[in-house]
Design a protein around this ligand. Structure first.
Ligand SMILES: Nc1ncnc2c1ncn2[C@@H]1O[C@H](COP(=O)(O)OP(=O)(O)OP(=O)(O)O)[C@@H](O)[C@H]1O
Ligand SMILES: [Mg+2]
Length: 320
C-alpha cells in the first residue's frame, strides 16, 4: 500500500456568497499522477492554490496533508516538498531563461555552483540551451511553458502541482510535456494535474476526479469513469432546419442541439438500432446530412457529469 502524497478531507472554500469547494476529498498515492478535471470556474485552480499553501482553506475544512506534512500546522515543510507550475506563467519576460532559473535556485538557497549546475541540467533537459541567454519575452508559448516547469523542478519537489500545463501547446509540444511528466513520476515524484483536455487525463492519470458544483462528481480510473456512462449514441446532423425539426419530432428520444442542427440518440451502435433510426427517418421522409456513431469516451463522462449541454464531436463515421 502506497503512502499518500496528498490527503485532503472536506476541503471548503467560498468567495463571499460563492461556494467554490463544498467539501472535497482528495487522496493521491505517492508516485502516481492524479488529474482534476472540471469546467471553467469549477475550482481546480482554487484547489491547487490551497494544497500548495498559496491560499488557505475555509475554517471547517478537514485535515489536509501534503508530502506527509500538515498544511495548517507545518506549511513550511509542505512548501519545501512541493513545486507548483501555475495556470499563468511565473516566467519573468524581462530577464533571460537562464536568469529565471538562477533566480529560482537562489530562492531555493542553492549555492552558486549548485545553482548553475542545476540550471544547466534542466535547461538541457527541457531543450532550452539555445534560448537560455535570450530574454524570456521572446520565447514561444511552448518554450515559456517548458521554462515554467523547469523552474518548478529547481527545488527537486516530490509533489508537483501542474495547473493546465499543456493549455495552448501544439500537439507535438503537448506530447513532449507528457513524456516529461511521465519521467517525473518514474523518478518517484507525485503529480497533481489539472487539465481541460480529457485525452490528457486519459493518457496520463492513474486516477481522475471530476469537479463540478463544488463537489467531486466522480472519481476513478479513466476506464472506471467511462463505465459510468451507458452506451454510446448516434448523431445526426442536418443543414435544412425543416428536416431537422421533422427528424426531432419523429425521434422524440433524441437530445437536440438546435444551434448546430444535430440530434443525439442514445444507442449501442448495433446494426439493429441503426436500422431503427434510419427506418424512422425514412418513414418521416427526411434525410440527415451526416450520421455518425459515437462510442463512449472520457468526453461523454465529462459532459454527463458537468453542467452545460453540448453534443461532443463524433469519433467514427459510419455512413452517410
Ligand atoms: N480571489 C478570488 N475572488 C473571488 N472569486 C474568486 C477568486 N478566485 C477564484 N474565484 C472564483 O472561484 C471560482 C473557481 O475559480 P478557479 O480559478 O478555481 O476555477 P478553475 O476550475 O481553475 O477554472 P479554469 O478552468 O477557468 O482555470 C470561479 O467562479 C472564480 O471566479
Ligand atoms: Mg484554473
Amino acid at each position: 500500500m502506497n503512502n499518500l502524497a496528498i490527503a485532503a478531507y472536506g476541503l471548503r472554500k467560498s468567495y463571499g456568497d460563492k461556494v467554490v469547494l463544498d467539501g472535497v476529498d482528495l487522496s493521491v498515492p505517492e508516485g502516481t499522477i492524479f488529474s482534476l478535471l472540471g469546467p471553467n470556474g469549477a475550482g481546480k485552480t482554487t484547489a491547487v492554490k490551497i494544497l500548495s499553501t498559496l491560499i488557505s482553506a475555509d475554517p471547517g475544512s478537514g485535515d489536509i496533508r501534503v508530502g506527509g506534512h500538515d498544511l495548517t500546522t507545518d506549511p513550511q515543510s509542505v512548501r519545501a516538498a512541493i513545486g507548483v507550475t501555475g495556470q499563468f506563467s511565473a516566467v519573468d519576460g524581462l530577464i533571460t531563461g537562464e536568469e529565471n532559473m538562477l533566480l529560482m535556485a537562489d530562492l531555493h538557497h542553492l549555492s552558486k555552483v549548485e545553482g548553475r549546475r542545476t540550471a544547466a541540467r534542466l535547461l538541457e533537459r527541457f531543450d532550452l540551451v539555445d534560448a537560455a541567454r535570450k530574454p524570456a519575452s521572446t520565447y514561444s508559448g511552448g518554450m515559456k511553458r517548458r521554462l515554467d516547469l523547469a523552474m518548478t523542478l529547481v527545488g527537486t519537489p516530490r509533489v508537483i502541482f501542474l495547473d493546465e500545463p499543456t493549455t495552448g501547446l501544439d500537439p507535438r509540444s503537448r506530447h513532449n510535456m507528457w513524456v516529461i511528466i511521465r519521467e517525473l513520476v518514474a523518478d518517484g515524484a507525485t503529480v497533481f494535474l489539472t487539465t481541460q483536455y480529457l485525452e490528457e487525463a486519459d493518457e496520463l492519470a492513474d486516477r481522475i476526479a471530476v469537479l463540478n458544483n463544488g463537489r467531486i462528481a466522480a472519481e476513478g480510473t479513466a476506464d472506471e469513469l467511462k463505465r459510468l456512462i451507458p452506451g454510446g449514441h448516434v448523431r445526426l446532423r442536418f443543414t435544412d432546419p425543416a428536416a431537422y425539426r421533422s427528424a426531432a419530432t419523429t425521434l422524440p428520444d433524441a437530445a437536440r442541439d438546435d444551434e448546430s442542427l444535430a440530434l443525439r440518440i442514445p444507442s449501442d451502435g448495433s446494426q439493429r438500432e441503426l436500422r431503427y433510426v434510419l427506418d424512422q427517418l425514412d418513414a418521416a421522409g427526411v434525410e440527415a446530412d451526416e450520421l455518425t456513431v459515437h462510442t463512449p469516451d472520457l468526453d461523454d463522462v465529462f459532459f454527463a457529469l458537468t453542467d452545460g449541454v453540448r453534443v461532443p464531436a463524433p469519433t467514427k463515421v459510419a455512413a452517410r
